[in-house]
Design a protein around this ligand. Structure first.
Ligand code: SF4
Length: 379
């Protein structure tokens, strides 16, 4: 659920309570199918995460995947970094409710094993897995099963010659590295690729993604790598991923946090919601409160958040703390409350419905949400 606090409400009385933000037109890309999930080509932006267990621990890994799926994850990646992991991948694919991406670094045998296990995508940089013969074996096996590949370039692990040429990791260097791997794929006619050009430096990743977006039609997987703890990682990812999405760039996202996979999904989904790119949920708006407040708004919002948890309806609810600014904002939402001394005025689609006691506000809103019928355009 999205909880929005209207911080500019008080000072913006004459020009309207808040600005309408329009997300830029989405960049046109080719489309790639990851399991059942479409990536690029105008498909909804998918949210990914990565498991943090040893992949050989099948039960633990599947448990993390299930929890991520419950949080709304679309695609999940698991590392295939050793023989035990490669042996476990087929069972994980069988038991997973989500498409599985196998993360391969240098070992072409693990890549072949992942393809054999019917993963939905392989994350692999073809130039890193050895001879042309090995590379072509993997690409042909993936092509036969229509398994796409994500080329994942990272500013911390650029090829030495590219680093020497550019001096240090630049956006051009990241672009050049990605296109080198794309070129290898194209040698055998492999076009089902997705690119990521990640960095821990938010400005660098933004620039690098912009370059790839300007110069190719390849779908992009957005992320700030090793973003950090939940607080810092959430902020860095929101700025990096959010900036690009607002420009219409990006087809699938992964927020990297030093935290549980489901937490990454929660933040990723919130980024999408904040840009109106995932609107199938309850959007809860509240004023920040000030000295004019006439009800216990903190208590009402905390209770509402809890009661509306898990409801999947594209409904916008606004609860405002006083009669000065409340009516305008409340009447713009699908369901609104403009509170006054111990009461609230209930609005439905801009129309005043009735007065409700402060103690009944939460129950009344929950009831309104249950009965709410979204327009076709909202669902
Ligand atoms: Fe605005 Fe009233 Fe809320 Fe204060 S209490 S922030 S004036 S709506």
């Amino acid at each position: 659920m999205e909880l929005t606090v209207l911080n500019n409400l008080v000072s913006n009385e004459t020009t309207g309570p808040h600005l309408t933000y329009k997300v830029g037109v989405r960049r046109k890309t080719r489309q790639v199918l990851v399991g059942g999930i479409r990536v690029g080509g105008g498909a909804p932006i998918s949210v990914q995460t990565m498991t943090k267990t040893k992949t050989s621990d099948v039960d633990g890994t599947v448990a993390q995947i299930v929890k991520a799926a419950e949080e709304g994850c679309d695609i999940v990646r698991v590392t295939v970094n050793d023989k035990e992991a490669a042996d476990a991948i087929a069972e994980i694919v069988r038991r997973s409710p989500l498409p599985i991406v196998a993360d391969i670094h240098f070992n072409h045998v693990f890549a072949l094993k992942a393809v054999e296990a019917n993963v939905a995508k392989v994350r692999l940089n073809p130039g890193n897995i050895g001879s042309r013969d090995r590379i072509h074996q993997v690409l042909r096996a993936a092509m036969e099963k229509q398994i796409p590949i994500r080329i994942g370039v990272n500013s911390g692990s650029l090829e030495e010659d590219i680093l020497n040429k550019h001096g240090y990791p630049t956006a051009e260097a990241l672009y050049e590295s990605a296109m080198r791997h794309v070129g290898i794929c194209e040698e055998v006619g492999f076009r089902d690729v997705i690119i990521s050009v990640k960095s821990t430096d938010v400005r660098l990743m933004i620039e690098a993604y912009r370059l790839v977006a300007q110069r190719t039609d390849i779908p992009l997987h957005l992320g700030v790598t090793e973003a950090g703890t939940t607080r810092v990682g959430t902020i860095k990812s929101s700025v990096g991923i959010g900036t690009l999405l607002a420009e219409g760039i990006g087809d699938t996202i992964r927020v990297s946090l030093t935290d549980e996979p489901w937490k990454e999904v929660e933040v990723g989904k919130e980024i999408l919601r904040s840009l109106g790119l995932a609107s199938r949920n309850v959007e809860l708006i509240a004023c920040p409160t000030c000295g004019r407040l006439e009800v216990d708004l903190f208590g009402i919002m905390a209770e509402l958040e809890k009661r509306l948890e898990g409801i999947k309806k594209p409904v916008k609810i606004a609860v405002l703390g006083c009669v000065v600014n409340g009516p305008g904002e409340a009447s713009e939402a699908d369901i609104g409350i403009a509170a006054g001394k111990g009461v609230g005025i209930l609005y439905r689609k801009g129309e005043v419905v009735r007065r409700v006691k402060e103690s009944e506000i939460v129950d009344v809103i929950v009831e309104e949400v249950k009965n709410f019928q979204p327009d076709e355009s909202q669902s």
